[in-house]
Design a binder for this molecule. Structure first.
Ligand SMILES: N[C@@H](CCC(=O)N[C@@H](CS)C(=O)NCC(=O)O)C(=O)O
Length: 233
Protein backbone atom coordinates (compact mmCIF):
# COMPACT_ATOMS: atom_id res chain seq x y z
CA UNK A 1 0.00 0.00 0.00
CA UNK A 2 1.59 3.32 -1.00
CA UNK A 3 2.22 5.87 1.69
CA UNK A 4 -0.59 8.44 1.63
CA UNK A 5 -1.01 11.73 3.41
CA UNK A 6 -2.96 11.51 6.67
CA UNK A 7 -6.54 12.50 7.15
CA UNK A 8 -6.98 15.15 4.51
CA UNK A 9 -6.19 17.94 6.94
CA UNK A 10 -2.58 18.29 5.86
CA UNK A 11 -3.27 18.53 2.11
CA UNK A 12 -5.72 21.07 0.77
CA UNK A 13 -6.42 21.97 -2.84
CA UNK A 14 -7.90 25.40 -3.40
CA UNK A 15 -9.65 25.46 -6.75
CA UNK A 16 -12.67 26.13 -8.91
CA UNK A 17 -14.83 23.35 -10.37
CA UNK A 18 -14.32 24.47 -13.98
CA UNK A 19 -10.58 25.06 -13.88
CA UNK A 20 -8.49 22.79 -16.13
CA UNK A 21 -5.42 23.73 -14.09
CA UNK A 22 -7.10 22.55 -10.91
CA UNK A 23 -8.27 19.28 -12.43
CA UNK A 24 -4.78 18.29 -13.52
CA UNK A 25 -3.53 18.69 -9.95
CA UNK A 26 -6.51 16.74 -8.58
CA UNK A 27 -5.82 13.91 -11.06
CA UNK A 28 -2.25 13.57 -9.80
CA UNK A 29 -3.34 13.55 -6.15
CA UNK A 30 -5.90 10.88 -6.95
CA UNK A 31 -3.52 8.79 -9.09
CA UNK A 32 -1.22 8.71 -6.08
CA UNK A 33 -4.03 8.02 -3.64
CA UNK A 34 -3.30 11.14 -1.57
CA UNK A 35 -6.21 12.25 0.57
CA UNK A 36 -6.94 15.93 0.40
CA UNK A 37 -9.58 18.48 1.16
CA UNK A 38 -10.96 20.47 -1.75
CA UNK A 39 -11.69 24.14 -1.03
CA UNK A 40 -13.82 25.81 -3.72
CA UNK A 41 -12.83 29.44 -4.37
CA UNK A 42 -15.58 31.61 -5.76
CA UNK A 43 -14.07 33.43 -8.73
CA UNK A 44 -17.33 34.83 -10.09
CA UNK A 45 -16.28 38.35 -9.20
CA UNK A 46 -12.54 38.63 -9.82
CA UNK A 47 -12.43 41.77 -7.67
CA UNK A 48 -13.74 39.87 -4.67
CA UNK A 49 -11.32 37.03 -4.25
CA UNK A 50 -11.09 35.59 -0.75
CA UNK A 51 -8.40 36.90 1.55
CA UNK A 52 -7.42 33.25 1.96
CA UNK A 53 -6.56 33.01 -1.78
CA UNK A 54 -4.82 36.39 -1.76
CA UNK A 55 -2.69 35.31 1.21
CA UNK A 56 -1.84 31.97 -0.38
CA UNK A 57 -1.09 33.30 -3.87
CA UNK A 58 -0.33 37.02 -3.52
CA UNK A 59 1.58 37.20 -6.81
CA UNK A 60 -0.83 35.61 -9.32
CA UNK A 61 -4.00 35.46 -7.16
CA UNK A 62 -5.11 32.36 -9.06
CA UNK A 63 -6.14 28.79 -8.43
CA UNK A 64 -4.96 26.11 -8.00
CA UNK A 65 -3.11 26.48 -4.73
CA UNK A 66 -1.94 23.38 -2.91
CA UNK A 67 -1.47 23.66 0.84
CA UNK A 68 0.73 21.05 2.44
CA UNK A 69 0.95 21.39 6.23
CA UNK A 70 -0.28 24.94 5.71
CA UNK A 71 2.46 25.90 3.23
CA UNK A 72 1.10 27.13 -0.13
CA UNK A 73 2.45 26.02 -3.49
CA UNK A 74 1.15 27.73 -6.63
CA UNK A 75 1.11 27.18 -10.42
CA UNK A 76 -0.32 23.83 -11.48
CA UNK A 77 2.78 22.45 -13.22
CA UNK A 78 4.99 23.31 -10.24
CA UNK A 79 2.44 21.83 -7.86
CA UNK A 80 2.53 18.55 -9.78
CA UNK A 81 6.33 18.48 -9.53
CA UNK A 82 6.06 19.11 -5.81
CA UNK A 83 3.56 16.28 -5.37
CA UNK A 84 5.71 13.88 -7.40
CA UNK A 85 8.81 14.72 -5.36
CA UNK A 86 7.01 14.54 -2.02
CA UNK A 87 5.05 11.32 -2.56
CA UNK A 88 7.30 9.19 -4.71
CA UNK A 89 5.04 6.19 -5.35
CA UNK A 90 3.26 5.96 -8.73
CA UNK A 91 5.72 8.44 -10.28
CA UNK A 92 4.29 10.90 -12.78
CA UNK A 93 7.54 12.29 -14.18
CA UNK A 94 9.91 10.25 -16.34
CA UNK A 95 13.02 9.04 -14.46
CA UNK A 96 15.55 10.09 -17.11
CA UNK A 97 16.73 13.71 -16.52
CA UNK A 98 16.59 14.54 -20.23
CA UNK A 99 13.06 13.19 -20.55
CA UNK A 100 12.05 15.14 -17.44
CA UNK A 101 13.45 18.37 -18.86
CA UNK A 102 11.66 17.78 -22.17
CA UNK A 103 8.39 16.95 -20.43
CA UNK A 104 8.58 20.28 -18.56
CA UNK A 105 9.35 22.08 -21.80
CA UNK A 106 6.37 20.59 -23.69
CA UNK A 107 3.96 21.09 -20.85
CA UNK A 108 4.84 24.76 -20.60
CA UNK A 109 4.84 25.35 -24.33
CA UNK A 110 1.43 23.70 -24.71
CA UNK A 111 0.04 25.76 -21.84
CA UNK A 112 1.15 28.89 -23.68
CA UNK A 113 0.08 27.85 -27.17
CA UNK A 114 -2.86 25.53 -26.69
CA UNK A 115 -4.43 26.29 -23.34
CA UNK A 116 -3.97 30.04 -23.33
CA UNK A 117 -4.63 30.17 -27.09
CA UNK A 118 -7.94 28.34 -26.83
CA UNK A 119 -8.91 30.45 -23.79
CA UNK A 120 -8.33 33.56 -25.86
CA UNK A 121 -10.30 32.03 -28.75
CA UNK A 122 -13.23 31.57 -26.40
CA UNK A 123 -13.52 35.34 -26.13
CA UNK A 124 -12.35 36.38 -29.58
CA UNK A 125 -14.03 37.33 -32.84
CA UNK A 126 -12.99 38.16 -36.42
CA UNK A 127 -9.28 38.37 -37.19
CA UNK A 128 -8.27 37.78 -33.60
CA UNK A 129 -10.23 34.53 -33.59
CA UNK A 130 -8.58 33.46 -36.86
CA UNK A 131 -5.14 34.10 -35.36
CA UNK A 132 -5.93 32.07 -32.26
CA UNK A 133 -7.31 29.19 -34.35
CA UNK A 134 -4.06 29.08 -36.34
CA UNK A 135 -1.98 28.94 -33.18
CA UNK A 136 -4.13 26.24 -31.63
CA UNK A 137 -3.98 24.20 -34.86
CA UNK A 138 -0.17 24.44 -34.91
CA UNK A 139 -0.09 23.15 -31.35
CA UNK A 140 -2.47 20.29 -32.18
CA UNK A 141 -0.22 19.21 -35.08
CA UNK A 142 2.73 19.05 -32.73
CA UNK A 143 0.79 17.04 -30.16
CA UNK A 144 -0.40 14.59 -32.82
CA UNK A 145 3.23 13.95 -33.79
CA UNK A 146 4.30 13.52 -30.15
CA UNK A 147 1.59 10.99 -29.43
CA UNK A 148 2.18 8.74 -32.46
CA UNK A 149 3.28 5.17 -31.61
CA UNK A 150 2.53 5.38 -27.87
CA UNK A 151 -0.52 4.56 -25.76
CA UNK A 152 -0.01 7.63 -23.59
CA UNK A 153 2.30 10.61 -23.89
CA UNK A 154 4.15 9.03 -20.96
CA UNK A 155 4.51 5.68 -22.77
CA UNK A 156 2.48 2.66 -21.62
CA UNK A 157 1.22 4.38 -18.48
CA UNK A 158 -0.16 7.82 -17.69
CA UNK A 159 2.53 10.41 -17.03
CA UNK A 160 3.09 14.12 -16.50
CA UNK A 161 2.28 15.12 -20.09
CA UNK A 162 -0.96 13.16 -20.05
CA UNK A 163 -2.21 15.01 -17.00
CA UNK A 164 -0.85 18.28 -18.37
CA UNK A 165 -2.78 17.82 -21.65
CA UNK A 166 -5.75 16.04 -20.07
CA UNK A 167 -7.85 19.20 -20.06
CA UNK A 168 -8.21 18.92 -23.85
CA UNK A 169 -10.63 16.00 -23.28
CA UNK A 170 -13.67 18.13 -22.54
CA UNK A 171 -12.54 21.74 -22.14
CA UNK A 172 -11.41 22.05 -25.74
CA UNK A 173 -14.69 20.63 -27.03
CA UNK A 174 -16.67 23.03 -24.89
CA UNK A 175 -14.65 25.97 -26.22
CA UNK A 176 -15.23 24.76 -29.80
CA UNK A 177 -18.96 24.68 -29.22
CA UNK A 178 -19.17 28.10 -27.59
CA UNK A 179 -16.80 29.92 -29.96
CA UNK A 180 -18.28 28.10 -33.00
CA UNK A 181 -14.90 26.79 -34.20
CA UNK A 182 -13.34 23.42 -34.92
CA UNK A 183 -9.92 22.75 -33.45
CA UNK A 184 -10.13 19.04 -33.21
CA UNK A 185 -10.70 16.89 -36.24
CA UNK A 186 -10.73 13.11 -35.73
CA UNK A 187 -9.47 12.39 -39.25
CA UNK A 188 -6.66 14.88 -38.97
CA UNK A 189 -5.60 13.85 -35.45
CA UNK A 190 -6.32 10.09 -35.13
CA UNK A 191 -3.61 9.48 -32.50
CA UNK A 192 -4.87 12.30 -30.32
CA UNK A 193 -8.39 11.02 -30.74
CA UNK A 194 -7.37 7.55 -29.48
CA UNK A 195 -5.50 9.09 -26.60
CA UNK A 196 -8.51 11.17 -25.59
CA UNK A 197 -10.66 8.04 -25.37
CA UNK A 198 -7.98 6.17 -23.37
CA UNK A 199 -7.44 9.10 -21.02
CA UNK A 200 -11.14 9.52 -20.29
CA UNK A 201 -11.33 5.86 -19.30
CA UNK A 202 -8.83 6.24 -16.47
CA UNK A 203 -10.92 5.88 -13.34
CA UNK A 204 -9.74 9.04 -11.57
CA UNK A 205 -10.43 11.05 -14.72
CA UNK A 206 -13.77 9.40 -15.43
CA UNK A 207 -14.95 10.03 -11.87
CA UNK A 208 -13.90 13.69 -11.92
CA UNK A 209 -15.33 14.82 -15.25
CA UNK A 210 -18.60 16.71 -15.18
CA UNK A 211 -21.13 16.92 -18.04
CA UNK A 212 -19.80 19.02 -20.88
CA UNK A 213 -23.09 20.97 -21.03
CA UNK A 214 -22.32 22.42 -17.60
CA UNK A 215 -19.03 23.78 -18.92
CA UNK A 216 -20.69 25.00 -22.13
CA UNK A 217 -23.24 27.00 -20.10
CA UNK A 218 -20.47 28.47 -17.99
CA UNK A 219 -18.30 29.36 -21.01
CA UNK A 220 -21.25 30.93 -22.85
CA UNK A 221 -21.82 33.35 -20.00
CA UNK A 222 -18.11 34.03 -19.77
CA UNK A 223 -17.80 34.73 -23.51
CA UNK A 224 -20.80 37.07 -23.46
CA UNK A 225 -19.44 39.04 -20.50
CA UNK A 226 -15.98 39.34 -22.07
CA UNK A 227 -17.36 40.45 -25.46
CA UNK A 228 -19.56 43.00 -23.70
CA UNK A 229 -16.59 44.37 -21.79
CA UNK A 230 -14.54 44.60 -25.00
CA UNK A 231 -17.38 46.46 -26.77
CA UNK A 232 -17.63 49.01 -23.92
CA UNK A 233 -13.94 49.90 -24.13
N1 LIG B 1 -0.59 29.26 -14.88
C1 LIG B 1 -1.58 29.01 -13.88
C2 LIG B 1 -2.95 29.41 -14.41
C3 LIG B 1 -4.05 29.33 -13.35
C4 LIG B 1 -5.33 30.05 -13.78
O1 LIG B 1 -5.36 30.77 -14.79
N2 LIG B 1 -6.39 29.87 -12.99
C5 LIG B 1 -7.64 30.57 -13.24
C6 LIG B 1 -8.82 29.63 -13.11
S1 LIG B 1 -8.91 28.55 -14.50
C7 LIG B 1 -7.81 31.66 -12.19
O2 LIG B 1 -7.52 31.47 -11.03
N3 LIG B 1 -8.32 32.84 -12.61
C8 LIG B 1 -8.51 33.96 -11.76
C9 LIG B 1 -7.98 35.23 -12.39
O3 LIG B 1 -7.67 35.20 -13.59
O4 LIG B 1 -7.85 36.22 -11.70
C10 LIG B 1 -1.49 27.55 -13.44
O5 LIG B 1 -0.98 26.74 -14.20
O6 LIG B 1 -1.87 27.25 -12.30
Amino acid sequence: MPEVAGDGQEVKLVGAWYSPYVHRVAWVLKLKGIQYEFVEENLRDLNKKSSFLLDCNPVYKKVPVLLHHGKPIVESLFIIEYIDETWKHNPIFPTDPYDRAMARFWARLMDEMLLEGSKRALCAEGDQLKKEIEQVSDAMEVLEGMKKGKKFFGGETVGFLDVAFGWTTIWLEAIEEVAGVEFFNRDKYPHLDNWKSEFKQIHVVKDSLFPMEKLVRFFKKYRQSQLKLAAEK
